[in-house]
Design a protein around this ligand. Structure first.
Ligand code: SAH
Ligand code: SF4
Ligand code: F3S
Length: 488
């Protein structure tokens, strides 16, 4: 039973989320999607939004879109919860601990809302696509005003109208992924590096992963729309573009017009952006044409995030990853041969159901062989409605933690060794910010995504400078500017 307070426009449905629609994906325009809420600006102008985003770059990009939409109605962002007229918590569902953090934050609004009853509190993002989560939220946290999902971002004006003008509390989470919306407003959080969505959703259905349910089926933006957005960014002086998708190599498959990720990447590289990156690559769709394009263009960074998830073929099969250990290693060899200075990074899950010590040793030996420059290690977390949750032989928590520590130690050793090798050499570094630990330093990333700190001030931010590395820590390097000459 759901509390009466909430009007249910649509409720999430795991089954619908994973089904491919019969009809082709619709291409919509943001402006024509929403009614012209003429009086909304007068209600919202000057009001403040507190927005907190969890999870991956897909959510970060959604945050920029939502802030862009809110700005069109005259709203401003505030970092202070107390000042907020609207709170939006943009959630992540990938692991249980991601959800726990969100519940902790929701709780903190109970007393704030009591003191300021006009405050509207909304929950959006991947957790809202989970029916049990929505049920729990509306029953446990009655001070929440409305919930919407990842496919509903473009309808934010409608939600604002309902909440602020009509005074409604509601759930409106659409599960089926039917459309690609263009011409969305956007308030980019950085002025020199930008994320650009090239596609939405994921069709891979790895057996542990909730993302196909929360982000829907794969749908690509048209090549022209992506290139136009990138062209605009180059014109506005952006230095780095990262092309985004859950599985960028599958880009274009649904367009059925011969477009591939390799062709898109080449088109964007030709625009002359200084640094071009992409995440995430799935090993299954990584073809030689793509390797050649990465090798051919200097402005495509020689850093590839190529999640392996496990080094054991038996576990990879249970994970439904569609490649085996040998296939992955042979891809890595082809990449390393054609792109000699490449840096590879990866995601690995430890403690997947039925993972034995032998399987885990396969993972350790694969990590040793590939020598990743960055490794993200995760403890397997059962997710609702995913096949792995009901697999036999779930691994004991103690063993999962022990494997997590062993893998982290190995990767730390490899990363430390790589960092030491960089000492004395010169790298281009894109300076991003004042260092967090010492404000007489600035920090940025090399082409192969190593974090570097150098003495400097805010005038360096957004510039590529040549830096000689003088010393190394495991996860960062210290350097000195070679000639003080900026490189742009
Ligand atoms: N589309 C990307 C990112 C998916 S989520 C990809 O395929 O690489 C990021 C990472 O979270 C995954 O690569 C995986 O390592 C991890 N992950 C996903 N589901 C998980 C789960 N149930 N438990 C633990 N880690 C998980
Ligand atoms: Fe999840 Fe697999 Fe898709 Fe990545 S490729 S989002 S891990 S289902
Ligand atoms: Fe999390 Fe959703 Fe991204 S589950 S990792 S925010 S796609």
């Amino acid at each position: 039973m759901l509390p009466k307070k909430f009007h249910i426009y649509s409720f999430p449905d795991f089954k619908k989320a994973r089904v491919k629609p019969d009809t082709p994906f619709k291409r919509e325009d943001y402006i024509s999607l929403n009614e012209n809420y003429a009086n909304l600006s007068s209600v919202l102008r000057g009001k403040k939004v507190y927005m907190r985003t969890y999870g991956c770059q897909a959510n970060v990009r959604d945050e920029e879109t939502m802030l862009g939409i809110l700005k069109t109605f005259g709203m401003k962002r505030t970092p202070n919860k107390e000042d907020a007229d609207l709170v939006i918590l943009n959630t992540c569902a990938v692991r249980e601990n991601a959800e726990e953090k969100v519940y902790g934050e929701i709780g903190s609004f109970k007393s704030l809302k009591k003191n300021k009853p006009t405050m509207k509190i909304a929950l959006c993002g991947c957790m809202c696509l989970e029916p049990p989560v929505v049920e729990k939220v509306v029953n446990t946290y009655p001070f929440i005003d409305f919930l919407f999902g990842t496919h509903d971002i473009a309808r934010l004006p409608t939600f604002l109208h309902r909440a602020f003008v009509m005074g409604e509390s509601f759930v409106d989470v659409i599960s089926s992924s039917g459309e690609v919306v263009e011409n969305l407003p956007s308030l980019r959080s950085e002025r020199f590096k930008a994320f650009v969505n090239i596609m939405y959703g994921c069709d891979k259905f790895c057996s542990y992963c909730i993302v196909p349910s929360t982000r829907g089926r794969e749908r690509s933006r048209l090549l022209k729309d992506v290139v136009d957005e990138c062209k605009g960014l180059v014109k506005r002086g952006y230095i780095e573009i990262t092309l985004l998708g859950q599985n960028v190599n599958a880009y274009g498959k649904d367009l059925k017009d011969g477009t591939s990720f390799a062709s898109l990447l080449e088109e964007v590289a030709k625009l002359g952006i200084k640094r071009l990156r992409f995440i995430t690559s799935h090993p299954f769709d990584f073809d030689d044409e793509l390797i050649d394009v990465i090798a051919r263009y200097d402005n495509i960074m020689k850093y590839i995030h190529l999640p392996v998830q496990s080094g054991s073929t038996r576990i990879l099969t249970l994970m439904n990853r569609r490649y085996d250990r040998e296939g992955y290693l042979s891809l890595v060899n082809r990449i390393k041969t054609k792109i000699p200075n490449v840096a590879l990074s990866s995601d690995i899950i430890v403690g997947f159901p039925s993972e034995t010590e032998e399987d885990f040793l396969d993972t350790l030996s694969l990590v040793e062989e590939v020598q990743y420059s960055t490794l993200f290690t995760f403890i397997y977390s059962p997710r609702p409605f995913t096949p792995a949750t009901i697999m036999k032989d779930q691994v004991d928590d103690k063993i999962k933690h022990e494997r997590f520590i062993r893998l982290s130690k190995l990767s730390e050793k490899i990363i430390e060794k790589q960092a030491k090798k960089m000492v004395g050499k010169t790298y281009d570094v894109l300076i991003e910010e004042i260092s967090k630990k010492d404000d007489s330093f600035v920090s940025g990333y090399t082409e192969n995504y190593k974090l570097v700190h150098v003495k400097g001030d805010s005038s360096f931010i957004g510039k590529i400078i040549k830096v000689r590395i003088t010393s190394s820590h495991t996860y960062s390097l210290i350097g000195e500017i070679i000639d003080g000459q900026e490189n742009n």
